[in-house]
Design a protein around this ligand. Structure first.
Ligand SMILES: CC(C)(COP(=O)(O)OP(=O)(O)OC[C@H]1O[C@@H](n2cnc3c(N)ncnc32)[C@H](O)[C@@H]1OP(=O)(O)O)[C@@H](O)C(=O)NCCC(=O)NCCS
Length: 173
């Protein structure tokens, strides 16, 4: 399903559509990944595999451009069998489109899909130094639940953040 982005105060002027990505979107996802992360990046072959796995969902955010849809962001959700927690494993918004609420729109769509899979919580790890991302997640009702010391290859700690999917859908209705 795709949905327009309208109510966020950071919202861009042209509508954003978010849809599940497939193998044909590999180049777009790869470009977003390379543009957003200097390190801890997915190898292209891993992205290709993820785009076909039933335990993974990639969401692609697009907006209308002069020559057709332009990719502006993506999110990757990982599921484990019988788990009630889904992992928001990766999220990236094109540098030119940040601060417009596209990240929160991807998070909301990820939560909706996770709820449909029977999950009650969405969890993520974020670098301790990534204040912009943490603030964005807090606006999306994520709370800090712990620290994973030296989680990243360069030794930086991860902040663990979680949100209750059911509660958040209830409060928004
Ligand atoms: C984290 C991320 C997905 C958030 O997406 P987003 O659509 O920018 O989210 P928001 O609209 O809520 O904005 C988040 C913050 O980024 C700020 N920001 C960061 N870069 C910006 C830019 N180039 N232009 C404008 N604002 C920017 C926003 O102002 C906002 O800050 P605030 O909380 O002080 O207002 C996005 O910044 C991103 O892709 N970052 C690089 C990859 C990354 O760090 N991913 C997260 C790994 S856990």
């Amino acid at each position: 399903m795709s949905r327009p982005l309208t109510s966020n105060p950071h919202a861009p002027s042209s509508p954003i559509r978010i849809r599940p990505a497939g193998p044909a979107d590999l180049d777009e996802i790869d470009a977003l990944e390379r543009g957003a992360f200097a390190q801890d990046r997915f190898a292209r072959r891993n992205l290709r595999r993820l785009l076909t796995r039933s335990s993974a969902l990639v969401l692609l955010a697009e907006r209308a451009g002069e020559h057709g849809p332009e990719r502006v962001g993506y999110a990757l959700i990982l599921y484990r069998r019988n788990a009630t927690v889904a992992r928001l494993y990766s999220i990236a918004v094109d540098e030119t489109a940040r601060g417009q609420g596209i990240g929160p729109a991807l998070v909301a769509e990820a939560a909706r899909h996770a709820a449909q899979r029977g999950c009650r919580r969405l969890r993520l790890e974020v670098r301790r130094s990534n204040g912009a991302a943490q603030r964005s997640y807090e606006r999306s009702a994520f709370r800090r639940t712990g620290i994973r010391p030296a989680y990243y290859d360069d030794g930086e700690d991860a902040v663990i953040m979680e949100t209750e999917i059911a509660m958040r859908e209830h409060t928004q209705s």
